[in-house]
Design a protein around this ligand. Structure first.
Ligand code: TIU
Length: 225
């Protein structure tokens, strides 16, 4: 057992690193770079850049201590049979899911835009979960992977705070996993949604989980014996 302690909201935490995983949600070119799904939805994708460097620092630290790292990607099969029609039909037909864009077909598996940004690219040993929905547990084998590895705690990073991060945290909480959301490793196209997305998680005694910045986690991992 490798125990670390760090301050968090709403209360300080003590965590066994051997039973923890870092899950990095949807840090895909389609959300972070111009020409992808995020921009097709009408968003300023540059707003998500702030999360990249903190994610990279936590990713490096997790790899260093041997913590399980899992990456997720939101996207669909090329024939879109796994994409709900209502999801596909939203927005301008020229820029909706499956439409051709500068990074390939939008939010389609195998296309350049669907892949994870180079700064956070998974190692071959790190599982990548391809998910059709916002939550990482819905129609995926994530829960099976975590149970098989004896994981009970998730450090959660990625985008966007109020959409895929929040949905995944809520799914995880109902399945009995403790979630610790890394505030500066998450981002939203809407700064106020980022703030409220974190506030909703840690309110009411941590109704869905805890929130902490990457700094305290990195310090405690660096001091791990
Ligand atoms: N990954 C994720 O959050 N998917 C979204 O569609 N997010 C938006 O904020 N639109």
């Amino acid at each position: 057992m490798h125990s670390i302690k760090f301050p968090a909201e709403p209360a300080p935490l003590s965590v066994d690193v051997d039973k923890s995983a870092l899950i990095i949600i949807d840090m895909q070119r389609d959300f972070l770079e111009p020409g992808g799904f995020g921009e097709a939805l009408g968003n300023d994708v540059s707003r998500l850049q702030a999360a990249v460097a903190p994610c990279r620092a936590v990713l490096d630290a997790a790899r260093h201590v041997g913590m399980l790292v899992i990456h997720t990607r939101e996207g669909h099969r090329p024939d879109l049979t796994d994409a709900p029609p209502h999801k596909v039909e939203r927005g301008d037909p020229a820029t909706r899911i499956g439409a051709p864009g500068p990074m390939g077909r939008i939010l389609v598996r195998g296309e350049p835009g669907h892949d994870i940004i180079p700064e956070l690219y998974p190692l071959p040993s790190e599982p990548v979960i391809d998910k059709p929905g916002k939550g990482a547990f819905y129609q995926t084998d994530l829960e099976l992977m975590l149970k098989n590895r004896g994981i009970d705690t998730l450090f959660v990073a990625g985008v966007t705070t109020e959409v895929c991060v929040n949905t995944t945290v809520r799914e995880a909480n109902d399945r009995g996993f403790r979630c610790i959301v890394l505030s500066d490793c998450c981002a939203s196209y809407f700064p106020e949604f980022h703030q409220m997305g974190l506030a909703m998680i840690k309110a009411q005694g941590g109704i869905f989980g805890s929130v902490v910045g990457s700094g305290p986690l990195l310090s405690s991992l660096a001091g791990m014996s």
